[in-house]
Ligand binder design. Structure first.
Ligand SMILES: Cc1cc2nc3c(=O)[nH]c(=O)nc-3n(C[C@H](O)[C@H](O)[C@H](O)COP(=O)(O)OP(=O)(O)OC[C@H]3O[C@@H](n4cnc5c(N)ncnc54)[C@H](O)[C@@H]3O)c2cc1C
Length: 488
């Protein structure tokens, strides 16, 4: 039966939910506070350069293709398969490239970091096994429905539980496997893909490296923002209506049933409400406080980021699409984020250059640099004060490692920080991925995709199950649409 479904927020999960629910024949209205769709997954021209402002790593393209398929539209989402995952740089001059080709990558790690090839194969096998055993169980269905676990998949996971090393942290497993700290740092860094600390996060978080190293690394041909526009176009063609500049101010309930969404542009009656906004914003600003889920709200937030967008008047041949300049002390870096709750003065720097794949993103002979360091989420609610200091640290490190004087090549510049991220998307403290995964219970302490207290109220996006990042956001929308279909 057709329902009127109001989705609050047009982040990637809200857009995916709009496609799925529109394709299922519902009348769908999306209310979005900004004058653009996509939330964190947005882009901008700055001078002569195009920048993706948020996500830059694209994995699991089949999740986008699935949305194209269910929308039954004859359009293609264009992306390339990368033959190099990332270039890594260390302070002592060591450099290496990671390739999706396992033999090539293992040889590189053997030659540059003095590990055995077998140790690399073992690591990749471990992440693949973990993914096979628990990926579907933990990421593609609700964790809050017992019957989802009464099946052969669960039995297989339980039988093989020893292989998962549930009581170890990521760093413990990776340190036991590799003798060189640099290799450990390389594999530990995947914890940041969901904003976590490898020295606390369970070893299972190693499944993230499986996505790039075993399944593959990809890049949308027109940049990450193509994902947003593709999903938006699919949904509009399915009849989904977007109300831009419409901030939801309240979700009204009657007898614990969601009945309407009040926005700055009026009230919209709804049979079903789907929230794609950060769970903290939702419970503190939009819902009656009697619904506040205290325990879930107490969970630690994930990392945020400080990003500089630089138009660079030079080409750097030693850089590729993805590049990391590692901190000299990985453990001190994560202690700074999660214990001292402050940025680290020798940060690992991520440089993303989409003009390496899409040359039109920068003028000829130039490059569009997205330069990001992790920083803690911002608890103060006030603008952050470390931008200039961190910029100096970043410039100095880039100069040291790339043996350059980068300032002279910066033609244009803008930045993004945790405060601005919160202002633009309502994410608590500007965290990039909702809650961190810094303990083994984190998955169970993420908010479910439906409400146990409010009928007809559902949740998708990075702050709820199964977690942050584009693939998981897309999966949250899938779970929500399946839950809604089940109730019809
Ligand atoms: C700098 C950066 C780098 C990242 N890197 C990666 C990466 O490489 N790969 C990856 O997979 N992920 C990455 N992420 C994380 C990824 O962007 C997010 O997990 C994902 O985009 C979140 O999508 P979402 O659906 O939860 O919504 P969001 O993107 O958080 O959007 C929420 C939307 O809701 C709207 N909204 C909020 N409150 C209201 C309201 N009251 N009424 C109406 N609308 C409202 C906001 O305006 C916004 O449009 C990165 C994020 C950032 C910021």
């Amino acid at each position: 039966m057709q329902k009127h479904i109001v989705i609050i927020g047009s982040g990637v999960a809200g857009l995916a939910a709009a496609v799925r629910l529109g394709a299922a024949g519902h009348k769908v209205t999306v209310v979005e506070a900004n004058d653009y769709v996509g939330g964190k997954l947005t882009a901008k021209m700055i001078g002569r350069y195009r920048f993706d402002l948020g996500p830059s790593v694209f994995t699991m393209p089949h999740l986008i293709e699935e949305l194209t398929k269910i929308s039954k539209q004859d359009v293609k989402f264009d992306y390339v398969i990368l033959d190099k995952i990332c270039n890594y740089f260390y302070e002592d001059g060591t450099t290496l490239s990671a390739y999706p080709d396992k033999e090539k990558f293992a040889t590189e790690v053997q030659n540059k970091l003095n590990e055995t090839k077998e140790s690399v194969y073992e690591q990749l096998k471990y992440s693949a096994t973990a993914y096979d055993l628990i990926g579907e169980l933990f990421m593609e269905q609700s964790l809050h429905k017992l019957t989802n676990f009464l099946n052969l998949k669960t039995a297989k996971a339980i039988i093989n539980i020893g292989k998962l090393k549930l009581n170890k942290t990521m760093n413990e497993v990776n340190s036991a496997r590799f003798k060189n700290k640099k290799t450990v740092q390389l594999f530990n860094r995947f914890a940041t893909y969901n904003g976590s600390n490898p020295f606390q996060a369970p070893a299972l978080i190693n499944i993230i490296s499986h996505l790039e190293h075993n399944i593959g690394a990809f890049a949308p041909k027109g940049g990450m923002h193509d994902i947003t526009m593709h999903l938006y176009n699919l949904s509009v063609n399915l009849g989904v209506e977007y109300k831009m500049n419409s901030r939801a101010l309240q979700i009204k309930t009657e007898n614990d049933i969601a009945t309407s969404v009040v926005t700055n542009n009026g009230e919209i009656k709804a049979d079903i409400v789907v929230s794609d906004v950060d769970i903290k914003h939702l419970y503190t600003k939009l819902l009656d406080k009697k619904y506040y889920p205290t325990k879930i709200m107490e969970q630690e937030k994930s990392l945020s980021g400080l990003i500089f967008y630089w138009g660079i008047k030079k080409e750097f041949k030693e850089l590729s699409l993805h590049n990391i300049l590692f901190s000299n002390n990985g453990e001190a870096e994560f202690n700074s984020f999660f214990k001292e709750k402050k940025p680290y003065n020798d940060p690992s720097i991520y440089i993303n250059i989409t003009s390496k794949v899409t040359p039109t993103d920068a003028p000829e002979g130039c490059e569009n640099w997205f330069v990001m360091v992790n920083v803690p989420h911002n608890e103060s609610g006030q603008p952050v004060t470390y931008i200039e200091e961190m910029r100096k640290n970043i410039v100095a490190k880039i100069n040291r490692i790339l043996k350059t004087d980068i300032e002279q090549y910066i033609e244009i510049e803008e930045h993004l920080d945790p405060y601005l991220i919160e202002q633009r998307t309502s994410s608590a403290g500007g965290s990039l991925y909702g809650n961190s995964s810094n303990n083994k219970y984190a998955a169970f302490l993420r908010h479910a995709n439906n409400s146990s207290k409010i009928k007809n109220m559902y949740f998708c996006g990075g702050s709820v199950h199964p977690g942050g990042g584009i693939p998981l956001g897309l999966l949250s929308a899938k779970i929500v649409s399946e839950m809604i279909a089940e109730k019809q």
